[in-house]
Unconditional design. Structure first.
Lengths: 112, 112
């Protein structure tokens, strides 16, 4: 019973490098989300998707891109890594508006 | 502007006693509220929710109370157990807006 799976768990990037954070869910949820959590702060929404082919910006989208080609996968792309993007990134999914979001275990990303 | 506020960064209680975690919100459009629990190096785990048509929801040792006029909700844990030690996040969304807004979290420590 995997739920939401995120890879990698940890990554160190150099400034200017790019990478993709992977997120997959096996619950057939239409809604998927990407959050970042900075130390001592709550989770902030980066991007979300309401179904395959449909994505939209959240609260802090600058510096990130997403795609949703399938129901299961929702990758997050960092094109030009900056130190301000050092954070823990969480992916989540839910089955509907009135259903709770289920989270993966996060990717801890450091930009040096 | 913080729309969901958890004013206590930390709370310490004795095992067997009641833990009360508080959350205030400012957006009157919020009508669905959730509590998540988070252990270190893991993603948030859904705990309990309440919609604005109710003022109380119970699930085992966990009870959430909602006071709409005061824009305040609280989570009661009775009796508290050492395994409840974690960071607790309050979150809210409004109607057709399925994007959650999170508080900064409260670290609960339950001492044996």
């Amino acid at each position: 019973n995997a739920g939401v799976t995120q890879t990698p768990k940890f990554r160190i990037l150099k400034i200017g490098q790019s990478m993709t954070l992977q997120c997959a869910q096996d619950m057939n949820h239409n809604y998927m989300y990407w959050y970042r959590q900075d130390p001592g702060m709550g989770l902030k929404l980066i991007y979300y998707s309401v179904g395959a082919g449909i994505t939209d910006k959240g609260e802090v989208p600058n510096g990130y891109n997403v795609s949703r080609s399938t129901t299961e996968d929702f990758p997050l792309r960092l094109e030009l890594a900056a130190p301000s993007q050092t954070s823990v990134y969480f992916c989540a999914s839910s089955g509907g508006i009135w259903e709770p979001q289920h989270f993966g275990d996060g990717t801890r990303l450091s930009i040096l | 502007d913080q729309q969901v506020k958890q004013n206590s960064p930390s709370l310490s209680v004795q095992e067997g006693r009641i833990s009360i975690l508080n959350c205030d919100y400012t957006n009157s459009m919020f009508d669905y509220f959730l509590w998540y629990k988070k252990y270190p190096a893991e993603g948030p785990t859904f705990l309990i929710s309440i919609s604005s048509i109710k003022d109380k929801n119970e699930d085992g040792r966990f009870t959430v109370f909602l006071n709409k006029s005061a824009k305040h909700l609280s989570l009661h844990i009775v009796p508290s157990q050492p395994g409840d030690s974690a960071v607790y996040f309050c979150a809210a969304n409004g109607g057709s807006n399925y994007k959650l807004t999170f508080g900064k979290g409260t670290l609960l420590t339950v001492n044996p």
